[in-house]
Write a protein that binds this ligand. Structure first.
Ligand code: FAD
Length: 494
């Protein structure tokens, strides 16, 4: 057993939840160790992202440029063959005023690349990342979790101590039990997913070619996610009574499901299934909708799939993972810096996390009722979100991940965005016709580029930055986010 070393925070897991919390705590100068059992890049499902992740949390993490450079497929919204309407219908993130302008899109990502960008960014921000490090147990002291025991790639055992341990080890987590929590499985979402990858599948007509295509059929529904111009992730989510078929012969089950769903069959008419490399086999996942009875205990906090997960029809998994990572980071920073006591800080974390999870859960239960039209789903979204927006705006904000009170300050930033756009227009006209004028093309390009960047940053901050963070707390006397969005402060009523 190797010698102990003490950190402020140990994060278990190198997925989006783990890399979000580790980076945002390290950004405040705390000593963070992140332990990941695999060697990256490693495969993971969960490829369709939401704008709140890309522009809100991505902006706080400082990865928006790296994500742009990765050339992921741009997702402007979703196209659904769902409910009583036999024809596909499409929603566009741009409908929402909270996501207008340069933040009205998300990405479809290969998780091997996306998770690597987030983990590298954690390292760049000072997190000590150790891959091939499997956490096998927690340490306890005076009734608190005080560290972990892990095994490295050579079988060596290590003990490391910290003031806090974050369990971000995903849906297979065993560590969450140390909070005393039970995992409660949803009786409603008892589905099973069978998924694989195809080369050469068709694309939806422009401008929807990057959208996720979600298609209901007799056994359940399909996702069809364009990961590159030629590579598509295809998955069938079916009721549990189809389990024996899936587990008996997955290849045959996939063929039967595709045959039973004419729209997916058409999309895949000229496609071939990938049979080699990390995408080369069909995979199965089941029992994925659950919520733990507690999200923290003294010395330990759960984020991402380690805490809860709800059915993937609206691609909320990575959003909930990164959003909970942000909330946990605020609580950890506030406590480590002595700004807020542990109990208040982690209660705030849990309340906000449960509220966001609950919003998706409640809406999804109604969405699974196929007897409704899309207008009725939009209305349900407004009811669940309890906003003054129109039905379609409420729906798009919910499925874009920006419906929470967290984002209530977006209106203010929208105004600033409008002001920045006006400034940009003025700057362009000042450069003369065609934007060339006496500055010359390069100069005007630089001005426009800088202002576009400022506008995008304002929009991004509207999603999660100070304008949102300094808004009112959830209840009187509660906590609000600090000006940099990375901690909690007591709300000053004056
Ligand atoms: P993970 O991404 O699972 O990361 C956990 C990490 O912890 C892993 O790297 C693992 O190796 C590591 N680890 C585990 N145990 C240990 C240990 N003991 N010690 C050290 N390291 C450990 N989400 C979306 O946003 N969009 C989608 O389209 C989508 N589709 C989905 C489809 C299906 C069928 C399912 C089941 C889920 C889908 N999701 C989707 C959800 C998404 O996969 C998860 O919500 C997301 O990956 C959770 O991130 P995480 O960081 O909590 O966990």
């Amino acid at each position: 057993m190797n010698a102990q070393r003490r950190f402020d925070v140990i994060v278990v897991g190198g997925g989006p939840a783990g890399s979000t919390v580790s980076t945002l705590v390290a950004k405040r100068g705390h000593r963070v160790l992140q332990l990941e059992k695999e060697t990256f890049p490693r495969y993971q499902i969960g490829e369709s992202l939401l704008p709140a992740t890309v522009h809100g949390i991505g902006h706080l993490l400082g990865v928006t440029d790296a994500l742009r450079r990765a050339s992921f497929t741009i997702k402007h919204g979703g196209t659904f063959r769902w409910g009583s309407n036999p024809e596909p219908w499409t929603f566009d993130f741009a409908v929402s005023r909270r996501m207008a302008g340069p933040t009205a899109h998300a990405y479809q990502v290969e998780r091997m690349k996306f998770d690597q960008i987030l983990l590298d960014n954690a390292r760049d921000n000072g997190v000590e990342v150790r891959e091939n490090s499997h956490v096998v147990d927690v340490l306890r002291e005076d009734g608190r979790i005080s560290g972990v025991r892990y095994r490295d790639g050579e079988g060596g055992e290590h003990r490391v101590e910290a003031r806090y341990v974050v369990d971000a080890s995903g849906n297979t987590s065993r560590l969450y039990t140390h909070t005393g929590a039970r995992r409660e499985y949803s009786q409603f979402f008892r589905n099973l997913a069978l998924f694989g990858y195809y080369e050469g599948g068709r694309r939806l007509p422009k401008p929807n070619e990057g959208n996720i295509f979600t298609v209901a059929f007799d056994h359940g529904w399909f996702w069809y996610i364009p990961l590159s111009p030629t590579l598509t992730s295809v998955g069938a989510v079916v009721q549990r009574d189809a389990a024996s078929l899936v587990q008996g012969d997955p290849e045959e089950a996939m063929r039967r499901f595709i045959d039973a769903c004419p729209r997916i069959r058409e999309m895949l008419a000229n496609a071939t299934r990938v049979t080699e490399g990390p995408y080369g086999r069909l995979r199965v996942r089941k029992d994925w909708s659950y919520c733990n009875t507690a999200f923290w205990s003294p010395g330990m906090v759960l984020v991402g799939d380690a805490a809860c997960f709800v059915d993937p029809v609206f691609s909320s998994g990575v959003h909930l993972a990164t959003y909970s990572g942000l909330l946990a980071a605020r609580s950890l920073n506030a406590v480590l810096e002595g700004a807020v006591d542990e109990d208040s800080a982690f209660r705030e974390f849990e309340k906000r996390y449960r509220s966001e999870y609950g919003r998706f859960y409640e809406f999804l239960v109604g969405f699974y009722d196929m007897n409704h039209s899309e207008d009725s789903y939009f209305w349900q979204a407004r009811k669940v979100s309890n906003t003054a927006e129109t039905d379609i705006q409420s729906f798009v904000e919910l499925v874009g991940g920006v419906a929470s009170d967290e984002f209530a300050g977006a209106a203010l930033a929208r105004e600033r965005f409008a002001a920045a756009s006006a400034e940009m227009a003025q700057a362009v006209s000042a450069t003369g016709p065609g934007g060339r004028g006496h500055f010359g093309a390069a100069r005007s390009g630089a001005v426009v580029g800088r202002l576009m960047e400022q506008s995008a940053a304002l929009q991004a901050r509207a999603l999660l930055g100070p304008e949102a963070g300094e808004g009112k707390p959830l209840e009187p006397g509660g906590l609000a986010a600090s000006a940099d969005g990375l901690s909690w402060v007591r709300y000053d009523h004056s």
